[in-house]
Design a protein around this ligand. Sequence first.
Ligand SMILES: [Zn+2]
Length: 266
Amino acid sequence: MKIGFMVLMFVVGAVMGSFLSCQAWRLRYKEQGKKKLGKRSVCLKCGKQLKWYDNIPIISWLMLGGKCRACKKPIGASEIVIELLFGLGFLGFGSTVDPSSMSVMNWVIFGFMLALILSLGFLAIYDARWRELPQAVLIFAVICAIIIVILKQWSLFSVVGFSWGPILNTLGAVAILGGTYLVLYLLSKGEWVGDGDWILGLALGLALGDSWLALILLFLANFIGSMIMLPKKQKKIAFGPFLVVAFIIVITFAEFLSGFLSGKLW
Ligand SMILES: [Zn+2]
């Protein structure tokens, strides 16, 4: 059961990665006022429609050796990287739940988390390609995160009654992730980070709901970001993708990390 669920999560993740990578191009073309891409997937170089068997995530890319079947121009490594990362992200998040013992409320929260992860994934793709975070998707992510907070607090409230602890913990996480990027944005007048980063941080803080995990996320995102970007010597780093990758890592290992922080593992 659990293994079947994990395989399903990976496959769904890879398919969604492939789909959202396409949707990112569609939105970009629309925002740039270029001619619309058709309903079916096409090669961006030669415009030829893809056959269904050239559209299977990961597998098709490997079979074609990363080249278009018609014009032989490279499809780009980003496609397979996105599909793999989405597959792994879904797998990681899927590993944190036990589908055989989940309540209706757990499934509802699970559903909103998936919606949040999809919107975050889309933002990461868009930010990595064009250094922009589309506002409508940012707002969607924040709304998902707010619903998750309300549902989590509600289910906690129904078990242990009201307490300030979890609320303050969530506010701390929001201050750490949203606040840091807002301060950086205001201090540098938009030179170091973009105006969307703090809204992304706000969504991540809300969904995470834990100040310590938020600190780890912040550290991880900057660590991965500088490891990958420093050798390239770019002035402005698009932090979005690293924040999203760090978020997935932190929620996947949240239980382990929380145990580690409270000293349960020693
Ligand atoms: Zn082509």
